[in-house]
Design a protein around this ligand. Structure first.
Ligand code: ASN
Length: 302
């Protein structure tokens, strides 16, 4: 059964990739190639909830290069270079603590579908993602009906718009660690707004201390699907945020050089392909849907 399951997960992953890729092409997005090594990558923090123990790095011909943690900074640069709507399916390496082994949703290597829209607003991302989620689930139900049946997974049809809460409301109702409890209390995906996060997520100019960002959360306990935001794009704001986060500005020199005369306003987000497949298949652990498992705390076999 285990090897049969692996084949079913591989087929469903393939259908998810096919649907998502076609969807973004249909909507006029340009598909970019991923970057794997760069002097700059997403700092992934400061985030009190983060358990990434270090950024993967190599030294090559005298340059220190990081393994991509997400394509966010390159997405902003691509928008500045004139690509108005873009997406990338990119490998992300996040060297998570072994304590994440049992979370069911953490991997130290996964594929993220990352997208960005020049001049985009939060609402543009909501509309796009809700259509994509519904479409992907319908597509897999149609193309992989036998697999879903054998896996014992029934997926409800859900309707737009998805429910929307601020993280302040969620914390009040479910406690500081709201994600799993709120996810368990829902049967359809929902949006969680306003997190204190990385420097590239826009702080609301009308309400300092509040952020123009969002997470999409899967229901039934599956937790976070996507994170994204409207972006900080003005040089002074970017510098101020990097300073506030006590990041080493020198590490972002190439990005800051490009940002000096301003990035362009944009919004976007990214979601893990494996987490989407886990939600669709109802797998216990996100590593179960990978053909080559990358679960923190587990030995890598191949
Ligand atoms: N992909 C996310 C974004 O676009 C960033 C991340 O994965 N940390 O905001």
């Amino acid at each position: 059964m285990e090897s049969r399951k692996k084949l079913m997960h591989a087929k469903i992953t393939s259908e998810v990739l096919r649907y998502c890729t076609d969807f973004f092409h249909r909507k006029g997005f340009v598909q970019l190639m991923p970057v794997i090594l760069s002097p700059i990558t997403d700092p992934l923090g400061p985030d009190p909830g983060s358990t990434v123990i270090k950024t993967g790095e190599i030294e090559y011909l005298g340059q220190r290069l990081s393994l991509t943690q997400s394509m966010i900074l390159h997405k902003q640069i691509a928008v500045k270079q004139g690509i108005k709507k873009l997406f990338i399916i990119s490998p992300n390496v996040r060297l998570e603590s072994p304590a994440r082994k049992e979370s069911g949703k953490h991997l130290f290597e996964f594929s993220q579908l990352d997208f960005e829209i020049e001049g985009g607003k939060r609402e543009d991302v909501f509309g796009l993602m809700e259509e994509l989620m519904k479409g992907t689930v319908e597509h897999v139900k149609k193309e992989c009906a036998d697999e879903l049946h054998i896996l014992g997974r029934t997926l409800p049809a859900f309707s737009s718009p998805f429910s929307c809460y601020t993280t302040h409301e969620l914390e009040e109702k479910y406690g500081a660690d709201w994600e799993t409890a709120a996810s368990l209390a829902h049967s359809a995906p929902f949006w969680a707004l306003c997190h204190r996060r990385e420097f590239y997520d826009k702080e609301d100019p009308a309400e300092p201390g509040h952020y123009r960002n969002y997470d999409l959360i899967y229901p039934e306990g599956f937790g976070e699907a996507l994170s994204g935001a409207e972006r900080e794009y003005e040089y002074e704001r970017i510098i101020a945020r990097i300073g506030k986060d006590r990041l080493d500005a020198g590490r972002y020199a190439a990005y800051l050089e490009l940002a000096r005369d301003g990035m362009l306003p944009s919004a976007g987000g990214g979601f893990g392909i494996e987490r989407l497949v886990r939600y669709i298949t109802g797998a216990k652990h996100v590593g179960d849907v990978q053909l080559f498992r990358r679960v923190p705390g587990e030995q890598v076999i191949v």
